[in-house]
Design a protein. Sequence first.
Lengths: 132, 176
Amino acid sequence: MADRKDQLWNPYVSGALAGLLSVASVAFAGKYLGASTTFVRAAGYVEKAFGPERVAQMAYFMKEAPKIDWQFMFVIGIFIGALAAALLSGTFSLRFVPDMWRGRFGPGIGKRGVAAFVGGIVAMIGARLADG
Amino acid sequence: MSHDMIMGLVTGIVFGVLLQRAGVIRYDKQLAALRLRDMTILKFMLSTICVAMIGTYLLVDLGMAKLSIKPTILGGVVIGGALFGVGWAIFGYCPGTAMGALGEGRLDTVFGLAGMLVGAGIYAEIYPLMKNTVLTWGDYGKITIPQVLGVNHWIVIAVFVAGTLALFRWFEKKGL
């Protein structure tokens, strides 16, 4: 199932522009691009709703306190930017199962959902362990 | 919203547009890179790294920015990197691109984003244990490649950029 208007931007040019964006961010905001700490802060928010005392005592949530900061907004911005670009370019389409996954494992949403969930857990533990 | 938060939002929006228009937030593109079939992701990433490397070190040399160096801890980087690779291949998106992929309508990311929140929660639980074990293995502190080699950073940058350009040429020759 190919996208209707599949005219993608050149990856070298887009990547170089992302590099300039990173430099501009360091120059004007003093911030290096990153996303995964935000997942810790967000997890802290969720856990705070259930046991605020416990979260307040956990070393990792003391190090990465649950708060909305530059990076939290950066991650939300990625969503908004991709949504806008997809809608404007006519490439927005709701789908549960990626094409390559469907070709190998079939169209089942359950199977894909479980794999995505487990993959997400493992990837985030790894990212945090490597401090990335 | 604070100035910081607005800057973050604007930077994220521009980044999201670039990721979406280059197609690099697609599961199929990410998996195709891991299967060595289509190097779009690597072309994008390495272009970003080269430009950011040159620009950031220019800022540092001009005294306009400070490097943010993470400590090199082999235990954390090797084990964490391997786990990240496995998880990334199964999920098919990394933390930042998953949010972009959700933006273009890829609903499988909802499961993966939930998994990432759970993974962050699990890591917060095991952090005290990791801090006393894995994160003490091979801790070299905050080091950089130029520092370790004892050469000027522009030499390292020139070699890296030249190597990247050679790789790009090879990708194009092979039609990857």
